[in-house]
Design a protein around this ligand. Structure first.
Ligand SMILES: [Ca+2]
Length: 130
């Protein structure tokens, strides 16, 4: 009986992990906390300055079009913490991909209201360029 219970629990954990992987992986939004929500090894993107507001993190290397994410995260980024995975290159779509800025591994990046780089980023590329 105990063994059977453990098997069910194990299967339950696998199912839970799959569900979390599908629904809480990259793109998860949270209104709590600041930069400390960013997991080591990932680059994290925030809708407010200083790691505030909603959080999106890149699932891995490569280019990610934030406008095609669900929910979309384009035109929202005001701060970034790059905690690994490669240099982050950020772009705005203006009929072509216009480079906005880079964020080195270990760097925190902030832009404020009137800055032309605030709330315009549509794509991030980690460790590569488009
Ligand atoms: Ca844009």
């Amino acid at each position: 009986m105990r063994i059977a219970t453990r098997r069910v629990t194990g299967a339950g954990l696998v199912a839970l992990a799959l569900l979390l992987g599908m629904s809480l992986a990259p793109g998860t939004a949270s209104a709590r906390g600041g930069y400390d929500r960013c997991t080591s090894g990932y680059s994290c993107y925030f809708s407010d300055t200083e790691g505030g507001g909603d959080l999106w993190y890149a699932p891995g290397p490569g280019c990610w079009n934030l406008g095609t994410w669900n929910p979309p995260f384009n035109d929202r980024i005001s701060s970034v913490w790059n905690r690994g995975g490669g240099v982050v290159h950020m772009y705005n779509w203006v009929g072509h991909w216009l480079w906005i800025d880079d964020v080195q591994v270990g760097q925190q990046w902030n832009v404020y209201g009137g800055d032309r780089r605030n709330d315009v980023i549509d794509m991030v590329c980690i460790g590569s360029t488009p």
